[in-house]
Design a protein. Structure first.
Length: 292
């Protein structure tokens, strides 16, 4: 993947330099999202894929549009605008992709915190030293996102020779989740001042479980809302458009081929895309987000 970033930067370096201010906000997000490239190269990558998508979609749309509607200036402009829309949409998605990755990590961490905190509390009560609990947690493959965070903490301790409070401070800086940050900060303070770590973890586990229950309740309501929106807006709206557009062709004044083109695009492109978007939104909002 590094080669595509480098190649993109070679091609679009002058343009990226001129509009550098657009991509500067991505710098910190790329680090937290663990996308290993500079914001300049990632910005060039955005420009590259948006250009490729625009050109590819224009060729595809123009080819099939010409077969159905013929060739004229108005159609050419429409094809160009549609292809630019696709290219800009891809660019916007790529720009916010690091934020999506951060949000995904945040959700996975927060959904697993109730169970992980109970696990940590049990480890501490067994008499194991606090610095070793992250070593054990790093092997806990059921919750991969948390285990990756624990592995980094353990690496700082064993690989770089840091003490646990300093390793926790580094983990706090790269944390995508306020709840995870709060847990680590509390652990650091408890270890530093000699507090009751086991009791602290028990209290945090109880709080996280209550939050998890609330998220389950909110998700059930959100799921019902999305189902209603999907059925009434997407399905019924699509059927309504097909019926109305067919009536307009019957009455006259509208090109049959143009209506067919829009109907095909809506049914075979628009509906699947909207469905995929709904599935992604629901999956991302689910407290049972996959860790695989």
């Amino acid at each position: 993947m590094g080669n595509i970033y480098n190649r993109s930067y070679e091609i679009f370096k002058p343009l990226v330099t001129r509009i550098n201010y657009i991509f500067v906000p991505l710098d910190e997000k790329l680090k937290i999202a663990r996308i290993k490239t500079s914001y300049e190269k990632y910005g060039a990558f955005i420009l590259l894929i948006s250009t490729i998508v625009s050109i590819t979609s224009f060729v595809f749309i123009a080819f099939f549009g010409s077969l159905l509607l013929g060739v004229n200036l108005i159609n050419f402009i429409i094809y160009l605008l549609i292809s630019l829309f696709f290219g800009i949409s891809v660019a916007v998605f790529a720009y916010f992709y690091p934020s999506f990755k951060i949000s995904e990590r945040k959700s996975k961490i927060e959904n697993s915190l109730p169970f992980i905190t109970i696990y940590l509390s049990t480890i501490v009560r067994s008499g194991l030293q606090p610095k070793n609990m992250f070593k054990m947690l790093s092997r806990f493959k059921q919750y991969k996102t948390i285990s990756v965070e624990a592995r980094k903490i353990n690496s700082d301790i064993e690989g770089l020779g840091m003490d646990l409070p300093k390793a926790l401070s580094r983990a706090i800086l790269r944390s995508p989740s306020p709840d995870w940050t709060e847990l680590l900060a509390g652990l650091r303070n408890s270890i530093t001042v000699g507090g009751d770590t086991s009791k602290y973890l028990e209290e945090k586990a109880h709080g996280f479980i209550q939050q998890y229950k609330r998220r389950l309740d909110e998700f059930s309501k959100l799921l019902a809302l999305f189902m209603n929106i999907y059925i009434t807006t997407v399905i019924v709206g699509l059927v309504f458009f097909v019926v109305i557009s067919s009536l307009m062709v019957t009455i006259g004044g509208v090109s049959t081929n143009l209506v067919k083109l829009f109907q095909y695009l809506l049914v075979f492109v628009g509906l699947p895309l909207v469905t995929v978007v709904f599935v992604i939104i629901i999956k991302s909002a689910s407290p049972w987000g996959s860790e695989s």
